[in-house]
Design a protein around this ligand. Structure first.
Ligand SMILES: Cc1cc2nc3c(=O)[nH]c(=O)nc-3n(C[C@H](O)[C@H](O)[C@H](O)COP(=O)(O)OP(=O)(O)OC[C@H]3O[C@@H](n4cnc5c(N)ncnc54)[C@H](O)[C@@H]3O)c2cc1C
Length: 289
């Protein structure tokens, strides 16, 4: 078995060259709440672990040009404690807050949740609905990638060798815009989503939806952006007809599997119900802003 090396670089260039130059598998470490479990169980056997936590800006939240920049390794507890972020993006914060327990919240990050690439990752549909963009650094410099383009399948991402996520950018929030995330789990907490749904909307002064994004988790190999579900909301005040269109569009997008948490039929039905409920919460929040 190869020996396991650990590095804790203090610059992004150093982190990238370590990741790109490792002869075998190199893994990025943020909070470690997925990675350490996988190491202990032998599911992953890297030769090198590159801990990001000493990189400048990798932990922290700042407001920039009316939007928010969240460092990739920022733990969930810091999102929950940030009043400005909670006001503008309550859906993103509540999705992250659902992850694990208080202990997990002290470590778990958005980047780890995204790059672990579980189809059921809770923060990912919320980030997709919010229009979050990941800033990725690698041997060829930096690039901005919409969050929905990072996961490519269970446990797989579009990140190339030597690349890591540095931060997430959330766009400025206009007035009367908000979001919501709901998940369904078989017990009250500490479980994996049977279905997750993020909805983000902007309304005009008359309460009519002018922009929407809808994302579903745990119903396909990757979290989905569902444009047809968003179209069902635009132009409506969330009347019964819009809700029925939203439900149908959410169900139509599902490509789930049957497992111990639910059958294909069950997951598909729940996706429609969660989309309706998350949309209702997002509309209500948007009316109050
Ligand atoms: C008890 C328990 C309960 C949990 N409950 C939930 C839950 O309810 N919902 C849920 O979605 N998840 C849950 N998780 C999973 C986990 O906590 C989350 O996925 C968490 O967000 C991972 O973040 P992390 O910073 O700990 O990631 P890490 O463990 O540090 O990393 C995870 C993966 O992402 C990669 N990675 C990390 N950072 C970067 C980066 N900057 N760039 C590129 N790749 C990177 C790592 O190499 C690794 O492959 C739970 C885990 C435990 C142990």
């Amino acid at each position: 078995m190869p020996s396991l090396n650990y590095a804790s670089p203090t610059t992004v260039n150093e982190a990238v060259s370590l990741l790109a130059g490792a002869p075998g598998l190199a893994k990025v470490l943020s909070g470690g709440t997925d990675l350490l479990v996988q190491l202990r169980s032998g599911r992953v056997r890297p030769e090198l672990i590159v801990d990001t936590k000493r990189l400048p800006g990798i932990i922290g939240i700042r407001e920039e040009n009316g939007g928010f920049v969240i460092g990739a390794a920022t733990p969930g507890a810091m999102l929950e404690a940030h009043e400005g972020l909670k006001r503008a993006y309550p859906g993103v914060v509540e999705a992250m807050d659902l992850i694990g327990s208080q202990q997990i919240q002290g470590r778990a990050s958005l980047a780890g949740n995204l790059c672990n690439a579980s189809p059921a990752a809770d923060s990912v549909p919320a980030m997709i609905a919010a229009g979050a963009v990941a800033v990725v650094a690698g041997p060829d410099g930096r690039r901005e990638v919409p969050v929905e383009q990072i996961p490519t399948g269970p446990g797989r991402t579009s990140l190339a060798r030597g690349e890591l996520v540095l931060e997430f950018r959330l766009p400025p929030r206009p007035a009367r815009a908000s979001d919501a995330y709901l998940r369904f789990i078989p017990r009250t907490e500490m479980d994996i989503a049977v279905v997750g749904c993020g909805v983000s909307v902007a309304l005009n002064a008359q309460g009519v939806c002018t922009q929407a994004r809808v994302s579903l988790g745990a119903v396909a190999p990757v979290p989905l952006l569902v444009p047809a579900a968003a179209e069902a909301l635009v132009g409506s005040r969330l009347d019964d007809a819009a809700l029925a269109r939203l439900d149908a569009a959410a169900q139509a997008a599902c490509r789930p599997i049957t497992d111990k948490r639910g059958t294909i039929e069950y997951r598909t039905k729940v996706a429609g119900v969660l989309a309706r409920r998350a949309a209702a919460i997002a509309f209500q929040r948007a009316q109050g802003r």
